[in-house]
Each structure stands twice: as structure tokens, then as C-alpha cells.
Design a protein around this ligand. Structure first.
Ligand SMILES: O=C(O)CCC(=O)C(=O)O
Length: 248
């Protein structure tokens, strides 16, 4: 039932059981870092991550390396078993992102950052670490947009590259209008989450009330048997396959 819905819609909401104390632990672990705007020393590229915080980009990447609480969410049996059911192969977590505020990210699909062979064997799992209402910059997404074709230079009429990323975002915005996709907004309670197919178009709403935080986290997954590659750093002569740092 869940699987049928996920295949058709490209996303699935879920609610974790007995997770509030683990979430409280995560929030307590990150509290000092958010309050002092300091990236944890042991995260990868901590100096670069520090510049993100200095510039007001309130995210910490791969904090699973520093905090067992975050590692536990990435490996949580409840999430693993939902993903196993949806994809039929073992989920392999490879990156966590923790947010203090809404990211306000433009519409995008993850598959242009983290693609897979075969296509669409990657997903994001987003979890609310507190109750998130409309004015807190919730996640938005476009149901059914995951069935859009895999992007390539022919479809776009220009080369997929980091430099051309703004043009790719324009392409997505036009597609949303042309296809008349209906936007949905994920106002979720603490412990609720959403899984999105790697090709589903999504982003972050404006965070209107900055007096409130939007504590949340994403874990990205590939699936056993798929080959990860990155379109943005590939070229017609070179496909950028890579080995993610798996969360074991
Ligand atoms: O949490 C958000 O606002 C957006 C997150 C997102 O788009 C992503 O991780 O790909």
C-alpha cells in the first residue's frame, strides 16, 4: 500500500514511534553549536562549514560523525524497514544535514546532485526535530514530479554543470508551470517525516517568522546494487562516479 502510493506520488510521509527522547538528545547535542554559531570540529570540512554558519546558512553537514544521536537516526530500524519495503533493496545512508532554520532552497531535485545507475535509486529522508508550522519555512514538494525524465544536456539544451545550476533551476520552475504540478507543504510534527524519491522536485518555503526555529534533518540514501554518480561534475566525456562516505 505504502509502496504503491510512493511509486505513484514520489513521496511518503511517516511518523516515528518512541523517538522524542532521541530527538531531544539531538537538539541538546547541537544546541551549543547553534547558539554559538560554531561548526563541530570533527565534521568533514569543518572550516568550510564554519563559513556557511558565518554567512547565515544554518546547516551542519555530516554531524553523524560527531554525535551518536544523529548517527542513530540515520541508522534507525523504523526508517530502514520502510525504505527496504519501498525499494526492495538495502538502504545505504551516506549524508546527514541538520538545519536550524528553513533553507528557503529553490525548487530542485536531488538527482542532479546525487544520481544513480539505475536511475532513481537514491532518496532523501527528512525529519522534523520540532513541530513545524507554515511560518517556519517548511519543506515544499510537487507530487508526481519524480516521473520527469532524467535530465541530460539534450533535454536542457545546455550542459549540466555547477556553473549552469541557476539555468537548471529555471528549467525546473518552467516545468512546474507547464505541467501544472500542485505544490504541497510539509507542516509536520516533531517525529514526523517525509521520504522523497531522488527525482522529486522539492525545496524550502520562505521562513517568515525567524523568532521560531525550524529544527530538522535530512539523511540521504542510495540502495544496494546502484552506482552513485554526480551529474553536476560530469561532462560528455566523463561520468563522475563516486564512492560516498557511507554511514556505518
Ligand atoms: O529542508 C529544506 O528546506 C530543503 C532540503 C532539501 O531540499 C534537500 O536536502 O535536498
Amino acid at each position: 500500500m505504502n509502496k504503491e502510493y510512493f511509486l505513484k506520488s514520489g513521496f511518503l510521509k511517516f511518523q516515528l514511534d518512541d523517538v522524542h527522547s532521541l530527538i531531544d538528545e539531538i537538539n541538546a547535542d547541537l544546541n551549543w553549536h547553534w547558539n554559538n554559531l560554531r561548526a563541530p570540529k570533527n565534521v568533514p570540512n569543518s572550516e568550510i562549514q564554519q563559513t556557511w554558519l558565518d554567512q547565515g546558512n544554518m546547516r551542519i553537514q555530516d554531524a553523524w560523525k560527531c554525535f551518536e544521536s544523529i548517527h542513530s537516526i540515520a541508522k534507525l530500524d523504523q526508517i530502514t524497514s520502510i525504505l527496504l519495503d519501498l525499494y526492495g533493496s538495502k538502504p545505504l545512508p551516506f549524508q546527514t544535514l541538520n538545519f536550524l532554520f528553513g533553507t528557503e532552497q529553490s525548487v530542485h531535485s536531488d538527482s542532479v546532485h546525487f544520481n544513480s545507475e539505475p536511475f532513481r535509486k537514491m532518496c532523501g529522508v527528512w525529519l522534523a526535530l520540532e513541530d513545524i508550522e507554515y511560518d517556519q519555512g517548511p519543506l515544499f514538494y510537487y507530487p508526481k514530479s519524480h516521473t520527469l525524465p532524467e535530465l541530460n544536456n539534450k533535454i536542457l539544451d545546455f550542459e549540466i554543470s555547477t556553473e549552469n545550476y541557476p539555468l537548471i533551476v529555471n528549467y525546473w520552475k518552467n516545468v512546474v508551470n507547464e505541467k501544472k504540478y500542485t505544490q504541497e507543504v510539509a507542516t509536520l510534527k516533531k517525529g514526523e517525516g517525509i521520504i522523497w524519491d531522488g527525482n522529486l522536485l522539492h525545496g524550502g518555503m520562505n521562513h517568515k517568522n525567524k523568532n521560531k526555529t525550524r529544527k530538522s534533518m535530512v539523511t540521504h540514501f542510495y540502495f544496494e546494487g546502484s552506482n552513485p554518480w554526480r551529474p553536476l561534475t560530469s561532462s560528455p566525456n566523463h561520468k563522475d562516479y563516486f564512492e560516498p562516505e557511507w554511514i556505518n
